[in-house]
Design a protein around this ligand. Structure first.
Ligand code: PLP
Length: 377
């Protein structure tokens, strides 16, 4: 099966993990610090604003809690969002308020966000759908004007820039994901960026049970490294050094990953652009990552295309099922753009491990799909 996602890991990652195993220190340590510094340099930030975390989902939970979002607050997010983002909001006691998205980009516009604004809105939590930044620069100014926090779920935004600035660093906090389906992986893991260094400092504690430093590091103060005095309640969400070692290798390979994805996307653009029943994503500049390659058909046809491609050994999917269509986050508000996107969009494989032969197979699969009459878009 040609998969939608596939991690590109090899000898260098194996060697890096081997060195951690040989060192005898497997937990959070020097490699995690080095990964944070290297990542900070990659996104053009200071290392004091960056911290590793066990996953992006956990990062979102911790960021919302640490920004003191809680009962009585509303957090606004697009209905086409990762389910864990909504859970992160709900877990604080705040209300999840959903806004619509543009059915073509699957990102919300400032207008969509504005329409969902309530007097209790404390934060807006947006993602960069499939790597596409959306109106993030305008949203960032809007959020500042309205005294609303802007949090970026940058899980799919790694490698995407707007006016030279990395997605994930445009609001008050951003979180990237390194799970195996993402541009780069650490097995599981995430990275948090905070505009405010004090927030980063607090997060460094809350991901470590509320304790600021390891017992051994404290021992120089007290001479008794077993004493603890947590500043607040926290959880355990640190990244271990095996994951960080993989991350350091993967980060160096990101430019190649981005280039290969761009090549695959261009091959799809060229070969599928003239199909009257298929809409392709708008061409992206070289500084926008292809985390997804979303195509669109008429409603109904999308499901048939997915089944047809699966029959030819090509796995596709649709992300993210609208939150307002789930039992937990059902909403009475009409969100037609989200419904339209969910009925018409399919993600084709676009990862860096695809061979030229596989790219040709995907193209042949889509072009060979027997389309009933009058299904033009
Ligand atoms: C948009 C988005 N946000 C967050 C996540 C969660 O990332 P993680 O698996 O690192 O928790 C994902 C994972 O699929 C995602 O696609």
């Amino acid at each position: 099966v040609i998969n939608l996602f596939q991690p590109a890991v090899g000898h260098d990652e194996l060697e890096a993990v081997g060195a951690v195993l040989a060192s005898g220190w497997l937990g959070n340590g020097e490699r995690a610090r080095r990964f944070e510094s290297a990542f900070a340099e990659y996104v053009g930030s200071s290392a004091s604003q960056i911290l590793t975390v066990s996953s992006c989902t956990e990062g979102l939970f911790q960021v919302l809690a640490t920004l003191d979002v809680g009962p009585g607050d509303d957090v606004l997010l697009p209905s086409i969002s990762f389910i864990g983002a909504a859970h992160a909001v709900r877990s604080t006691g705040a209300r999840v308020v959903l806004c619509d998205v543009d059915p073509l980009t699957l990102n919300p516009t400032v207008d969509h966000v504005e329409r969902a604004l309530t007097t209790d809105t404390k934060a807006v939590l947006v993602l960069h759908y499939g790597g596409l930044p959306g109106e993030i620069a305008a949203l960032s100014s809007w959020a500042r004007e309205h005294h609303v926090l802007l949090i970026e779920d940058a899980a799919c935004g790694m490698g995407s820039l707007v006016d030279g600035r990395h997605c994930g660093t445009m609001g008050d906090a951003g979180v990237w994901s390194f799970d195996p389906a993402k541009l780069m992986t650490t097995g599981d893991g995430g990275m948090i960026w905070c505009r405010n260094e004090k927030l980063a400092e607090r997060l460094r504690r809350t991901i470590r049970l509320g304790v600021s430093t390891s017992g051994f590091a404290r021992s120089s103060d007290t001479g008794r490294w077993w004493e603890i005095d947590p500043a607040e309640v926290g959880r355990r969400a640190t990244m271990n050094d095996m994951a960080a070692a993989i991350g350091l290798v993967q980060l160096g390979r990101v430019p190649d990953f981005l280039r290969r994805r761009q090549e695959v996307a261009t091959a799809y653009d060229d070969a599928l652009g003239n199909l009257p029943w298929l809409r392709l994503p708008r061409p992206r500049g070289s500084d926008v990552a292809h985390t997804f390659y979303p195509v669109q058909t008429q409603s109904g046809l999308r499901d048939q295309l997915a089944v047809y491609l699966l029959g030819r050994g090509i796995y596709t999917n649709f992300r993210y099922w609208p939150l307002h269509r789930t039992g937990l986050y059902r909403s009475d508000t009409d969100l037609p753009g989200s419904d339209m996107a969910a009925a018409t969009t399919l993600l084709l494989p676009v990862h860096q491990c695809l061979t030229d032969a596989e790219v040709k197979e995907v193209i042949a699969g889509v072009r060979g799909f027997p389309v009933p009459a009058d299904r033009e878009l």
